[in-house]
Design a protein around this ligand. Structure first.
Ligand SMILES: *Cc1c(COP(=O)(O)O)cnc(C)c1O
Length: 416
C-alpha cells in the first residue's frame, strides 16, 4: 500500500497545478494517517483537529471500518439500485434503528445517497412533493424556511439560499422557494411560515458558520411552530450528527424530534462518501420509483461501511466520550478566553469554534494565520469565516494527545 513521498509527482497546488483553484489548502501534503494522527510526505506528524470536517469522527482508518471495507471489496462493490444486494436492507434497518427513535413519527425510512449536498437535495425534494401531495400546497408554490448563516452544501439549489456571498455570488439564476430568517429566532420562523410552507430546514448547530449553538429554547420553539402549522422540521445533521455533539443527533440535546434528518460525513467512516435522509415513512413514501435516485446511493461498499459505523455508535460510548472529552476541551478553552488570548469560544460536545482576539500582542491576525502557526507546531485545524477556527478532533482522540495540541494552541496564540 505505502507509496513513497511524491510517488505521483506531488506538484503543490499553485503555479503549474492542474487543479481548479476552488480551495486554498494549508501547505501540508498528507501521506499516511492512523487514529487522530497524520504523517506528511516529509515524515512529520500532526494531530488532526479537523477530522475532515467531522467525516473522520472515528479517526483515520478505524480498524473495524477498514475491515468492513476490505471484506466488502473482496465480494461486491456496485450493483446500482436496478438490482438488490445483501447489505442494502440491513444498512437501512440498522440506520433506522439508530436514528428512527430520535425522530417524530412512529415508522421511519432511509433513503441512501452519497454526499451531504445530495441528502439535502433529497430532503428538499421529499418535502416539496409531500407538501403538494399531502399538505395541499398549490402547484410550484412550495416554500422552505431556512436560516441565515446556513451551510447545506454546494449545489445550485443549495447555494441559492446561502447567505454567504462567496458561496452564492456568480452562480445565479437562483432556485426560488426559500425564505431566509435569522438563526436562533423562533418568532422569525413563525412569521415566515404561511400556506405555501412545506418545511423548515435548519442545522441544530451551525458548524461551517463557526460552531454556532442556538439559544436553548430555539429548537423546541421551532418544533412547536412546525407542529402548529403542519409543516416539516428538517434537521441537517450532516456535520453535527453521529456523535460530534455528545449524542447521536444534536437535536437530542434539546429533546427535539425532527421529521426528516440528513446525515453524511461520518456516515462514510472517512472511507467512502455515504449520506442518507432518515425520516417519517409517510413523508419519504412520496418518493416512488422513478421520482428520485442515485447510481451510487446505497452501494454495497457504502452499506458495508455505513453498517459498521452504525455498529460503532450503537453502544453510545463514543457519544459519551464526546461529552466527557468535550467538557475537558471546553474547560481548557475557557481558560484561554479568560486570559484574553481568544475573543470568543463556543463549544458543544467535542466541537469548538474559536474567534481569534484582535490586537493581541504577538497574536494571530486571522484564523488562517492561527492555523498556519498550528501547522508549524504539528496541529491540523482549519479556519472559517476570517477570524474563526473550528476544532473537531476525532471522537477517539486520547486526552493526553488533545492536551498536547491545546498546549501548542496556547503557544501559537501568543508566539508568531
Ligand atoms: C458538509 C455539509 C454539507 C454538505 O456535505 P457534502 O458531502 O460536502 O456535500 C451539508 N450540510 C452540512 C451541515 C454540512 O456540514
Amino acid at each position: 500500500m505505502a507509496t513513497g513521498a511524491g510517488a505521483h509527482g506531488g506538484t503543490p497546488a499553485g503555479v503549474g497545478s492542474a487543479l481548479a483553484p476552488n480551495y486554498h489548502p494549508l501547505p501540508v501534503t498528507v501521506a499516511t494517517a492512523e487514529g487522530a494522527w497524520v504523517t506528511d510526505t516529509a515524515g512529520r506528524r500532526y494531530l488532526d483537529l479537523l477530522s475532515a470536517y467531522s467525516a473522520l469522527n472515528f479517526g483515520h482508518r478505524h480498524p473495524a471500518l477498514v475491515a468492513a471495507a476490505h471484506a466488502q471489496l473482496d465480494r461486491l462493490t456496485l450493483t446500482s439500485r436496478a438490482f438488490d444486494h445483501e447489505l442494502l436492507e440491513p444498512f437501512a434497518q440498522a440506520l433506522a434503528g439508530l436514528v428512527g427513535p430520535l425522530l417524530a413519527g412512529r415508522s421511519h425510512l432511509v433513503l441512501p445517497m452519497n454526499t451531504g449536498a445530495e441528502a439535502v437535495e433529497t430532503a428538499i425534494k421529499a418535502s416539496r412533493k409531500w407538501g403538494y401531495e399531502v399538505r395541499g400546497v398549490p402547484a410550484d408554490r412550495a416554500t422552505i424556511v431556512v436560516a441565515e448563516g446556513n451551510f447545506h452544501g454546494r449545489t445550485t439549489t443549495v447555494v441559492s439560499f446561502s447567505t454567504d456571498p462567496d458561496a452564492r455570488r456568480g452562480f445565479g439564476p437562483y432556485t426560488p422557494g426559500f425564505v431566509t430568517v435569522p438563526y436562533g429566532d423562533a418568532d422569525a420562523v413563525a412569521r415566515a411560515v404561511d400556506a405555501t410552507t412545506v418545511a423548515v430546514l435548519l442545522e441544530p448547530v451551525q458548524g461551517e458558520q463557526g460552531v454556532v449553538v442556538p439559544p436553548d429554547d430555539y429548537l423546541p420553539a421551532v418544533r412547536r411552530v412546525c407542529d402548529e402549522a403542519g409543516v416539516l422540521l428538517v434537521a441537517d445533521e450532516i456535520q453535527s450528527g453521529l456523535g460530534r455533539t455528545g449524542s447521536t443527533l444534536a437535536c437530542e440535546r434539546w429533546d427535539v424530534r425532527p421529521d426528516l434528518v440528513t446525515l453524511g460525513k461520518a456516515l462514510g467512516g472517512g472511507i467512502v462518501p455515504v449520506s442518507a435522509v432518515v425520516g417519517r415513512a409517510d413523508v419519504l413514501e412520496v418518493l416512488t420509483p422513478g421520482t428520485h435516485g442515485s447510481t451510487f446511493g446505497g452501494n454495497p461498499l457504502a452499506c458495508a461501511v455505513g453498517l459498521a459505523v452504525v455498529d460503532l455508535l450503537t453502544p453510545g460510548t463514543l457519544q459519551a466520550r464526546a461529552r466527557t472529552v468535550g467538557e475537558h476541551l471546553a474547560g481548557r478553552l475557557d481558560v484561554l478566553l479568560d486570559r484574553g488570548l481568544l475573543h470568543g469560544v463556543r463549544t458543544v460536545g467535542l466541537w469548538a469554534g474559536l474567534d481569534v482576539a484582535p490586537g493581541l500582542t504577538g497574536g494571530p491576525a486571522s484564523g488562517r494565520e492561527l492555523c498556519e502557526r498550528l501547522l508549524a507546531r504539528g496541529v491540523l485545524a482549519k479556519d472559517t469565516h476570517g477570524a474563526t477556527v473550528r476544532l473537531a478532533p476525532p471522537l477517539t482522540v486520547e486526552v493526553p494527545d488533545l492536551d498536547h495540541a491545546l498546549d501548542e494552541l496556547t503557544t501559537a496564540l501568543t508566539t508568531p
